[in-house]
Ligand binder design. Structure first.
Ligand code: 5GP
Length: 257
């Protein structure tokens, strides 16, 4: 483990001071939590897989014009990122009813939604990340009106792109959570909004198109087992790791730094 100065430690990641001003190192832990950290486990190799999957997604999104915090991957568990001021909102995009949407509104899980839905949750562990409206966001100044519009349009662009990417490898993108931050370029006092945090099976619902099998953190939430194996399957299908049996498979992966 690194001896760098810890800037922030979350449930699944640690942020260290970066090598240059304006940068951080994002370290992916194997820790898994659910239900506001009431359920905890260590899943060998999860951090290594999420580091690679998030690198893949951020790089692809960057290439189609979505500004992200990602600079480059440093090793098996760490990536160099731009330091941003995190906007205290989780943006959830949904294509298919599941999770809290089904629970809250009684919509049957698996029902295709009439159009992608964007929801905002206020990032506050003590409150359990409550669902909030545009009214709350504006009144409490969590994001300005232009930022609010940008968060929606960026999230929908991410959804379009990632839905296609996953569909091409037989995976249905059910829903996912994004976080964004404000980045001050050079001396500018006008921030740019960057996609931040991570995109991985920890923060997405991913169902196999044919079998409906869950390939995401719901395997942990619902005690279905095979969590890391499912994440590895996602990485394999995306071409990030090789087919099992080859040298660079998940077994050697999970032993990484
Ligand atoms: P739900 O609101 O149905 O629990 O979650 C919707 C989507 O956002 C799911 O893909 C879920 O994994 C993701 N999500 C919601 N809250 C969090 C969170 O606090 N952390 C992570 N990693 N993902 C979240």
């Amino acid at each position: 483990m690194s001896k760098k100065r810890v800037v922030y430690e979350g449930k699944a990641k640690i942020l260290y001071e970066g090598p240059e001003p304006g940068t951080l190192i994002q370290y992916f832990k194997d820790d898994a939590t659910a239900f506001n950290a009431q359920k905890k486990a260590v899943l060998d190799g999860k951090g290594v897989l999420n580091n690679r999957i998030s690198e893949f997604m951020m790089t692809r999104l960057g290439a189609v014009g979505i500004p992200t915090h990602f600079i480059r991957r440093l090793n098996m568990r760490e990536q160099l990122i731009k330091k941003v001021d995190i906007i205290p909102l989780e943006v959830v995009v949904r294509n298919i009813a599941a999770g809290t949407l089904s629970k809250r509104l009684g919509i049957e899980e698996g029902q295709v939604l009439p159009r992608p839905m964007v929801e905002f949750y206020y990032k506050d562990d003590a409150l359990g990340d409550p669902l909030v409206t545009e009214e709350h966001i504006a009144a409490f100044g969590w994001a300005g009106p232009q930022e609010y519009d940008d968060l929606i349009s960026l999230s929908l662009r991410v959804n379009d792109f990632m839905s296609g990417l996953f569909a091409a490898v037989g995976i249905r993108l059910v829903d996912f959570k994004l976080e964004f931050g404000r980045y001050f370029e050079g001396d500018s006092d006008v921030p740019r909004i960057l996609l931040a945090d991570e995109i991985s099976p920890d923060s997405c619902r991913l169902w196999d198109f044919e079998t409906g099998e869950k390939l995401d953190k719901d395997r942990f939430r619902r005690d279905l087992g095979g969590v890391t194996e499912a994440y590895a399957e996602v990485a394999r299908r995306l071409g990030i790791i090789k087919e099992s049996g080859e040298t660079d498979n998940v077994v050697s992966f999970t032993g990484g730094k």
